[in-house]
Design a protein around this ligand. Sequence first.
Ligand SMILES: [Zn+2]
Length: 210
Amino acid sequence: MILETLVVGALEVGCYIIGDKAGKEVAIIDPGGDADLIEQTLEKNGFKPVCIIATHGHFDHIGGAAALQKSINCDFLISAKDLFLVENIAEQAAFFGFAEVDKPKVGRTIKDQDTIEVGGLRINVLDTPGHTPGSVSLQAGNSVFVGDTVFQGSIGRTDLPGGSYDTLINSVKEKLFTLDDNTELFPGHGGSTTMKHEKKFNPFLNTLVL
Ligand SMILES: [Zn+2]
């Protein structure tokens, strides 16, 4: 599997380019900013972008998508439950004190158990609401891109519009905890980790493990 990690935008979001090694088709997960850097990475490696996927609708995860769409003409995929965040992207950015960002054009919405095909790579969608109503995790083989649901040693904020602590904890228990312990987790901020490590050391989660 192709896996390139870029840290983009002022809030240092992990933007992941994943794809099929044989055909070089790729999906871009969470292009939060720095569209130029993303384009350069695609070009340098000869990647063929197939789609842009958002783990959720926060501006720091989707703020570079509109600029990217101008040059690569790809569908933008997001949960229908986070479309309200796409609509108010300008207000979100202003709330955090950032300049206005353009709104990406939504190609189609994604939901639990959908499969996104990127060349020979299959990406499974898991609904993991809580950080936002439409937060999803994206599973490709042994790797899961969890957005702002879980971080190394922490969990995502649940005090922003539509957030719910109980819903997030439930998503972790029902969806992420059922993954193999050796599953590698790639969060929306900070370094990667494993399910096993978080079950043992994450202070928000280790008390949930029986
Ligand atoms: Zn977020």
